[in-house]
Design a protein around this ligand. Structure first.
Ligand code: ZN
Length: 214
């Protein structure tokens, strides 16, 4: 039987606290700890998930890591049970790089939450929604929702994360909706920019998402 390189409890505890005991998936971020009915007990729905698998054949397994590296905090990401299952079921979509980015972002968010917003903090992004009529006939009305991001900060806008949820029954096509988080009632669209230079210039405005609807 293949050996599994599990995390020590000290690693798991530090991992959870470094992200404020919340799921590190930016589309989820649910709290993973809370009270149990018994006054001294807690409930935990968080998991220290492996970025590259604990044993050969597992999701994102990397043979180049030593057992020590595989069970180190660098190879761990704190997720809720749902998201841990999600990322292990589709390792082509949820790559080690993507999970690393989630972790870094979750730690940044936790740091900002602990520090509080600095005095005089500035708005860095304007979000614009534009609703256009595309085709109006007596039988059918087609519209388009355009989502724009404008950099109004001092520096480059290299990382952002955007989600738009639309009632499914008004959509003309479902291209680009996030499977797994969309259902018959609501469709979720996600836009992610990571370490990009795409909105480099101050005041630059860019259309980041188009959604066709009726
Ligand atoms: Zn989650």
């Amino acid at each position: 039987m293949a050996s599994r390189d599990e995390f020590a409890k000290s690693v798991t505890d530090a991992l959870a606290k470094r992200v404020g005991v919340r799921c590190s998936n930016p589309g989820c971020r649910r709290a993973t700890a809370g009270p149990r009915t018994e006054p001294t007990k807690t409930v935990n729905i968080g998991v220290a998930a492996h970025i590259t698998a604990a044993s050969a054949g597992g999701p994102r397994y990397s043979a180049s890591l030593t057992a020590e590296q595989r069970s180190s905090i660098e190879n761990a990401i704190w997720l809720c049970q749902n998201c841990a299952k999600l990322v292990d079921n589709d390792s082509d979509r949820y790559t080690a790089n993507l999970l690393g980015a989630w972790k870094a972002r979750a730690e940044e968010d936790a740091r900002a939450a602990v520090e509080g917003f600095p005095e005089g903090s500035q708005l860095v992004v304007n979000l614009t929604l534009e609703w256009r009529r595309k085709r109006i006939t007596s039988e059918r009305h087609d519209y388009q929702l355009n989502v724009f991001v404008q950099n109004v900060g001092q520096g480059r806008l290299q990382n952002y994360y955007l989600e738009v949820e639309v009632p499914t029954d008004v959509l003309i096509d479902l291209t680009g909706r996030v499977e797994g988080r969309s259902d018959n009632e609501r469709s979720l669209f996600r836009q992610m920019a990571k370490d990009s230079d795409e909105i480099a210039i101050a005041n630059e405005k860019k259309k980041v998402r188009t959604i066709a609807s009726k």
